[in-house]
Design a protein around this ligand. Structure first.
Ligand SMILES: NC(=O)c1ccc[n+]([C@@H]2O[C@H](COP(=O)([O-])OP(=O)(O)OC[C@H]3O[C@@H](n4cnc5c(N)ncnc54)[C@H](OP(=O)(O)O)[C@@H]3O)[C@@H](O)[C@H]2O)c1
Length: 277
C-alpha cells in the first residue's frame, strides 16, 4: 500500500483525504490511500520520522500550524524557501515544496486571468499572501500589497526580496491601491471565512476598481461577502476552491507521477463541503 496523508494540528476538518481518495479511485490506483495524521507542533521531527519509517508513508501534505515547523527537517526547494513554508513533502527523496503557488497560478490561468505585465493587489501578509506575491511576481505581474498591519507586509516583501530576488512589489494603503487601477485583486486574508461570513476585507467607502477581477482565496463559503459585493457592482469574482483543488492536484502528480483527475477532485471537494462551496 502506498500511503500519503496530511499532517497538522488539528487536521480533522481537512477535505484533502476525500479529494485524493476519490482521485485514486477514479484512476484505479487501488494501492494508494490518503489518511489524516494529526501531529502536535512539539513533536514534528519525531512524527515525520515515524510516518516515513514505521508508517510507510510516501509523502504528506502539511497544514496549519506546521508549514513553517517542518522546514528544518526537509530539503526545501527554492519556492518553499522563498515563501518560508512547505505544504508538500516527498519522503522518498526528503524534499519539500509549496504547491499553493501552483494551485493559485493554475486556477488563475484556468479562469483566463492574464498575469504578465498586469498590476495586481494582494490583500494580506500571511502565508497565503507570501505564496501569492511570489507566484504573481514570478509570472511578471507588478504587485501592490495591502495589509491591516503594514509592518508585516514590509517584512514579507523584504524576506521575499532576500530569498527570491523579488523586486516588483510594494506596500500601499487600500485607497492608494484602489486608485492605481489594478486588473486583479486577490484576497489572501482570512476575512469572510466561515463562520464570520458577514465580514469583508474591503473597507466601505472605497470604491472597488471597476476594471479588476477579484480572486478570493477563501473557499468556505463558496460565495464570500466580498465576492457578493464585487458581483453586485458588475465585476467578476472567483472563489478559492479551485486553488485548493489544484494545489492538491500538484501534490498528487508529485507523489504518483500521474496527472490528477481535476473534475473528480472538484466534485469530491464540493460534496465534502456540503453546499458550502
Ligand atoms: N484556497 C486555498 O487553497 C487557500 C490556500 C491557503 C490559504 N487559504 C486561505 O487564505 C486565508 C489566509 O491564510 P493564511 O495562512 O495566510 O493566514 P494567516 O497567515 O493567519 O494570515 C491572515 C491574514 O489575514 C489578515 N487578517 C486577519 N483578520 C483580519 C481582519 N479582521 N481585518 C483585516 N485583516 C485581517 C491578517 O492581517 P494581519 O497581518 O494584520 O494580522 C493576515 O494578513 C485563509 O482564509 C485560508 O483559508 C486558502
Amino acid at each position: 500500500m502506498n500511503k500519503v496523508g496530511i499532517i497538522g494540528w488539528p487536521v480533522s476538518h481537512s477535505i484533502s483525504p476525500v479529494m485524493h481518495n476519490a482521485a485514486f479511485e477514479a484512476l484505479g490506483l487501488h494501492d494508494w490511500r490518503y489518511e489524516l495524521a494529526p501531529v502536535p507542533p512539539d513533536i514534528v521531527r519525531q512524527s515525520l520520522r515515524m510516518l516515513r519509517d514505521e508508517g510507510d508513508f510516501v509523502g504528506v501534505n502539511v497544514t496549519v500550524p506546521l508549514k513553517e515547523a517542518v522546514m528544518p527537517f526537509v530539503r526545501a526547494d527554492e519556492r518553499a524557501r522563498a515563501i518560508g513554508a512547505v505544504n508538500t513533502i516527498d519522503f522518498r527523496d526528503g524534499s519539500g515544496t509549496n504547491t499553493d503557488v501552483i494551485g493559485l497560478i493554475d486556477d488563475l490561468q484556468a479562469h483566463s486571468v492574464m498575469l504578465a505585465g498586469i498590476r495586481a493587489v494582494v490583500l494580506g501578509a500571511g502565508g497565503a499572501a507570501r505564496a501569492a506575491v511570489y507566484g504573481l511576481t514570478k509570472a511578471g505581474a507588478q504587485v501592490i500589497v495591502v495589509n491591516r498591519t503594514p509592518k508585516r507586509a514590509q517584512v514579507m516583501l523584504a524576506d521575499l526580496t532576500l530569498a527570491a530576488g523579488i523586486q516588483n512589489a510594494e506596500v500601499r494603503t487600500l485607497d492608494e491601491a484602489a486608485e492605481m487601477q489594478p486588473s486583479l485583486i486577490i484576497n489572501c486574508t482570512s476575512v469572510g471565512m466561515w463562520p464570520k461570513v458577514d465580514e469583508s476585507p474591503w473597507v466601505e467607502g472605497i470604491p472597488f476598481p471597476t476594471s479588476a477581477v477579484l480572486y478570493d482565496m477563501v473557499y468556505r463559503p463558496a460565495r464570500t461577502k466580498l465576492m457578493q459585493q464585487v458581483e453586485a457592482g458588475g465585476g467578476q469574482a472567483i472563489g478559492g476552491l479551485g486553488m485548493l483543488v489544484r494545489q492538491g492536484a500538484a501534490a498528487f502528480r508529485l507523489w504518483t507521477g500521474r496527472d490528477a483527475p481535476i473534475e473528480v477532485m472538484f466534485a469530491a471537494a464540493r460534496q465534502a463541503l456540503g453546499g458550502q462551496a
